[in-house]
Design a protein around this ligand. Structure first.
Ligand code: SF4
Ligand code: SF4
Length: 184
């Protein structure tokens, strides 16, 4: 799958169903519910669903992870199996991977690590990146390089530079003020 290809067109209803998955109800902050990231929402029965489904906040209603929304997204990325929830940020094309804190190394296992490396290589020419989060600790993925960026929010940004070495090109990243810029 080419992650740099245009997203699938908007859908009337998602092409997949959440089924037994409820992972987004754990990994994200839900501001309208005062729910911190990394903890189950009090309305969620894990593996079963939302106890207030009909009246759930618009914030929840509007959320679709990439596995749910993109029919070409690989089956093995179902969040119950991968232990990760992937979203694509429309503003900058970045891929955000939010890892279940109960499985903090899930992103480094195969086949996921290989997928992340390939997607990072596909996005790089467009100035977009793959970022893995465990809680708010961010790791930038560039091919098989994994560069820790520390604690980050959507208000934080970083700059990537290439550095030639005897073993080929390496990438270095440094934090800079301001939110990530959209690709040029
Ligand atoms: S993480 Fe994706 S598949 Fe799982 S419940 Fe949320 S939207 Fe549905
Ligand atoms: S309100 Fe429902 S859909 Fe929203 S986080 Fe809680 S359990 Fe999930």
């Amino acid at each position: 799958m080419d992650i740099a290809a245009p997203s699938d067109p908007p859908f009337a209803s998602p092409p997949r169903a959440c089924g037994d998955c409820t992972l987004c109800c754990k990994v994200y902050t839900i501001p309208v519910l005062d729910k911190p990231e990394g903890q189950w929402c009090p309305h969620c029965t894990p593996g079963r669903g939302c106890g207030i489904y009909a009246s759930r906040p618009d914030y929840c209603r509007a959320f679709h992870c990439e596995w749910l929304a993109a029919p070409r997204f690989p089956d093995h990325w179902k969040p119950t199996r991968s232990k990760m929830v992937v979203t694509r940020f429309p503003g900058n094309g970045f891929l955000y991977v939010q890892v279940d804190p109960g499985h903090p190394r899930a992103w480094s296992r195969q086949p996921y690590r290989g997928d992340l490396a390939r997607w990072a290589r596909q996005l790089l020419p467009r100035g977009a990146h793959v970022l893995v989060f465990v809680h708010d600790e961010a790791t930038l993925i560039i091919g098989y390089q994994a560069i820790p960026l520390g604690r980050m929010s959507t208000e934080d940004s970083f700059r990537v530079r290439m550095r030639p070495t005897a073993d080929g090109v390496k990438y270095v990243a440094e934090r800079v003020p301001g939110p990530p810029k959209p690709p040029a």
